[in-house]
Design a protein around this ligand. Structure first.
Ligand code: F6P
Length: 375
């Protein structure tokens, strides 16, 4: 049998552990030949591949990033010669030319959608869930999250001593896209005083109150962990309204003007959101009279050596993916559910997002601790 592997979307610690897991199980247990495509679906379309033999798979377990390279290109909307084109047919031809019995795509939510489209077009696809955001539906967790959680927690620990020494508010922005797992997890583990996540719209008065109450109680500093997707109650309402109008007018030629107006409002909101954490920090300075500083942790959360947990998870899911390929099971994502590697149909996964439920134990824990959630 022949299998191919690609990595798509943002890089994540544990990708190389997963590539190694798939490749070793495929070669050693199933006697398959394995190739990798460079830079995600783009490299597959351009037929840029490398042989993943024993030597290529050796020494990569502890490496961050992906030895294959990645991109956010979509098969059906690919940048070719300055234009967006549907390259699905070229991709299917390359899969056939390599006689692939399975193409294993390692990615987050966007990749699951692209993978389903390719599967529906006739490609034998298997996916693995990777992202630091932990927002892929149908799996208990994703590889990359644990490493990012450790990095973000370490950053909050370090910010504590400087916030404490200067009697400041420190607002630390964490990644996570539109899900609050990373900010909530690191905020709890790092002892943040306020944690703002996209799932709970915030009221700035409530945040200022938490800071002022801490000061009244003798704590002259506060750490505020804010997820990059966190929204104030007003922004939340605006976004819901714009998204509603975009959904309503989709594909309706007679409402093209309304759609254009909604898109323009979305662009204004997005531009405003780019500066949101700095804006929040400025407002809190004004409202509390305390000095504030902003730290945007950024891509450091995705960099470097994967944690032991992420290596284990990626290796377990990678070897399981090779087993499913050997059985001819495709059209699935290999998820981890209660410690087992289970196949979940791509139809069930694609287009959904796993966000933090309001009654999640981490939320209950934060409330019990007296951590401000901005509501
Ligand atoms: O999905 C992973 C992630 O790191 C998100 O947390 C973040 O919003 C996004 O990718 C950043 O994307 P880029 O790599 O394009 O900067």
């Amino acid at each position: 049998m022949h299998i191919g592997i690609l990595t798509s979307g943002g890089d994540t610690p544990g990708l190389n552990a997963a590539i190694r897991g798939i490749g070793k199980a495929a070669i050693n247990t199933h006697e398959m030949s394995v190739i990798g495509f460079r830079d995600g679906f783009k490299g597959l379309m351009q037929n840029r591949s490398i042989r993943l033999d024993r030597q290529a798979l050796s020494g990569i377990l502890t490496l961050g990033g992906t030895i294959l390279g990645t991109s956010r290109e979509k098969p059906h909307k690919m940048e070719v010669g300055g234009q967006q084109m549907d390259m699905t047919d070229a991709i299917l031809e390359n899969i056939e030319a390599h006689h692939l019995d399975a193409l294993i795509c390692l990615g987050g939510g966007g990749t699951q959608k692209n993978a389903l489209r390719l599967h529906q077009a006739g490609a034998p696809i298997i996916t693995l869930p990777k992202t630091i955001d932990k927002d892929v539906w149908g799996t208990d967790t994703t590889f990359g999250f644990d490493t990012a959680l450790g990095i973000a927690t370490d950053a909050i620990d370090r910010l504590h001593s400087t916030a404490h020494s200067h009697h400041r508010i420190v607002v630390v922005e964490l990644m996570g896209h539109n899900a609050g797992w990373l900010a909530l997890g690191a905020g709890l583990a790092g002892g943040a005083d306020v944690i703002l996540i996209p799932e709970i719209p915030y009221d700035i008065d409530a945040i200022a109150d938490t800071v002022l109450q801490r000061r009244a109680g003798g704590s002259t500093f506060s750490i505020i962990a804010v997820s990059e997707g966190a929204l104030s109650a007003e922004e939340y309402k605006m976004l819901a309204d714009i998204e509603g109008r975009l959904a309503e007018t989709k594909g309706d030629e007679t409402r093209a003007d309304d759609r254009a107006a909604a898109k323009a409002e979305m662009a204004v909101l997005e531009a405003h959101r780019k500066d949101a954490t700095a804006g929040l920090s400025r407002r809190l300075e004004e409202m509390t009279g305390l000095e504030a500083r902003v730290t945007i942790l950024g891509h450091v959360q995705r960099g470097g050596t994967p944690s032991a947990q992420d290596r284990l998870l990626a290796t377990r899911l990678g070897t399981a993916a090779a087993d499913f390929a050997a059985k001819g099971t495709t059209g699935i994502m290999v998820a981890t559910v209660n410690g087992e590697a289970v196949p979940v149909p791509l139809e069930d996964v694609a287009g959904k997002r796993a966000v933090v439920p309001g009654d999640h134990p981490w939320i209950t824990t934060a409330r019990n601790l007296g951590v401000g959630l901005g509501d």
